[in-house]
Ligand binder design. Structure first.
Ligand code: ATP
Length: 257
């Protein structure tokens, strides 16, 4: 079965003044594939994420979604095209309930939904929020609870569940298991698997290499702004992955077609 390329960066470079953060980076993600993006501090991961999510314009290179070239003017452009990005500091509104957070932003498509909610609509929204989260394997006790009453891990899970339930094509997760305990991190990895099963292309950025080795299909390694390795996860061992990241052993540039 041929896999469909959903999202592709071609030869993307990005400079900040005289700093070349990214040089000629090409990356593709297929439908139903989890791609790990790894690299040392300052390797260029966040820069690539910002370009892919529309937060930054590349200095050169191009982006294709479903084979069509796109120039994102803002993160909203990418979002509206089906690309969800979850940054480390996930942006839930603490004073709103879980279900309100899940629907927050949808009022853009359906003006005024939150303001005009009656009792029945709120009940329906809570049920939908609960179902959305359950579908991606997240058990939150009550979606009517304010987010401020949840643990850090639960908040993270809700933020990811929200992104997965909204994403139509691609989801980009920047360090989603950071600061989580083992069990909570395991739950987040399960949500990533749910996103994959839903047919989304998933880009997973992490410094936690065991998580990357556990959940990804392919790993892309950035070093000093360049992609130095792009290969199926099965080709890496924990040691060879560290070697590719640090450049401590030969890591020939390869491209997985
Ligand atoms: N806004 C900016 N202005 C100037 N230089 C920047 C800016 N953002 C990033 N850089 C530089 O670009 C390079 C790549 O940084 P980037 O944040 O993309 O790396 P990273 O792989 O995400 O690192 P980390 O794992 O530490 O988050 C670094 O040299 C960094 O100092």
């Amino acid at each position: 079965m041929t896999k469909t390329v959903i999202y592709e960066a071609h030869d993307v470079s990005k400079s900040y003044g005289s700093v070349k953060a990214l040089t000629g980076a090409s990356l593709r993600v297929h439908a139903g594939e989890v791609v790990g993006l790894v690299g040392d501090n300052g390797a260029g991961k966040s820069t690539l994420v910002k370009v892919l999510s529309g937060a930054h314009q590349p200095t050169s290179g191009r982006l294709e979604l479903d084979g069509v070239e796109h120039v994102w003017g803002s993160p909203r452009d990418a979002l509206e095209a089906g690309i969800e990005t979850l940054y480390q500091d996930s942006s839930l509104a603490p004073h709103l309930t879980v279900s309100q957070n899940l629907f927050l932003g949808r009022e853009v498509m359906s003006p005024g939904i939150l303001g005009k909610l009656g009792f029945l609509a709120r009940r329906r929204m809570e049920k939908e929020a609960h179902d959305d989260l359950e579908r991606v394997g997240i058990a939150v006790p009550a979606s009517s609870r304010p987010v401020s009453a949840l643990s850090g891990g639960q908040r993270q899970a809700v933020a990811i569940g929200r992104a997965v339930s909204w994403a139509r094509k691609v989801i980009i997760l920047d360090e989603p298991t950071n600061h989580l305990g083992a069990r909570q991190a395991g739950e987040v990895l399960n949500v990533i698997r749910a996103a994959k099963a839903k047919g989304l292309g998933v880009i997973f950025i992490s410094h936690t290499l065991p998580h990357v080795l556990e959940v990804t299909d392919r790993i892309v390694v950035l070093r000093l702004g360049r992609i130095v390795r792009d290969a199926p996860t099965s080709e890496f061992t924990p040691d060879s992955l560290i070697a590719a990241i640090t450049g401590s052993a030969d890591a020939e540039p390869t491209t997985d077609a």
